[in-house]
Ligand binder design. Structure first.
Ligand code: E4P
Length: 218
């Protein structure tokens, strides 16, 4: 499936969204803090930019009550096509169940997934997507690729339609391995997307071709 951009940087979003293979954008409170913007103004700005691309915004709060309140708020201020990211915790799973029962038109992405069990439960409550955190798992000495493979297989044998969006990446190799482990898509920071497009060796070869082309013209 097409890729997502993992950023709250509007300039990068506008620039990279020209590519048809970018399906949308995922944000979280940390990414929004990084660009020094209010969540609401960012939502408005990005929703205005997007016709056929999808924005995901994270529901805030830790207790069920806090999360539910923030969900009601987001329901008011976001477009129907904007997806909701919900933490895969006991309270988050309860909220996801509510959203899926009462607002089935809203796309839900279960986030901060570190285990097969979280992936399983998110699948059982009918989540559209789950986001396993690849780099953060590696930092904890958990093999993220085994987790992604197992969730992929579990969804298959249990006939669950939830899709896997690999998240939390620091380099290209993590993305490649995640996709080869069965993730349906990945959400990638712009800096890594750029390193994927601008291969250093290809740039070197291009430089030589360009030199030769200019010499020929002389
Ligand atoms: C995913 O949806 C998250 O926004 C993100 O990938 C987390 O990545 P990090 O581990 O780099 O913070």
């Amino acid at each position: 499936d097409k890729l997502f951009l993992d950023t709250a940087d509007k300039d990068e979003i506008v620039k990279l969204s020209n590519f048809d293979w970018i399906k949308g954008v995922t944000t979280n409170p940390t990414l929004i803090r990084y660009v020094h913007k209010k969540r609401q103004s960012l939502i408005d700005e990005i929703e205005q930019e997007f016709d056929d691309k999808k924005l995901f915004v994270q529901v805030q709060g830790r207790s069920y009550k806090e999360m539910e309140e923030d969900f009601f708020y987001l329901l008011e201020v976001t477009s129907k096509t904007t997806g909701l990211k919900v933490p895969t915790t006991e309270n988050g799973l309860e909220l996801i169940q509510k959203i899926k029962n009462e607002h089935p038109e809203r796309t839900v992405l279960a986030t901060i997934v570190y285990s097969v069990e979280q992936g399983y439960l998110a699948g059982l409550v009918g989540c559209d997507w789950i986001a396993p955190y690849v780099n953060r798992m590696e930092n904890q000495n958990i093999n993220p690729y085994k987790i992604v493979q197992d969730i992929h297989q579990l969804y298959h044998v249990q006939n669950l339609s939830t899709k896997i969006m690999g998240a939390s990446f620091k380099n290209q190799a993590q993305i490649r391995q995640t996709l080869l482990s069965g993730a349906d898509t990945v959400t990638v920071p712009p800096i890594i997307i750029k390193s994927m497009m601008n291969n250093v060796l290809a740039e070197e070869s291009l430089k030589v071709f360009q030199q030769h082309a200019q010499e020929e013209e002389i």
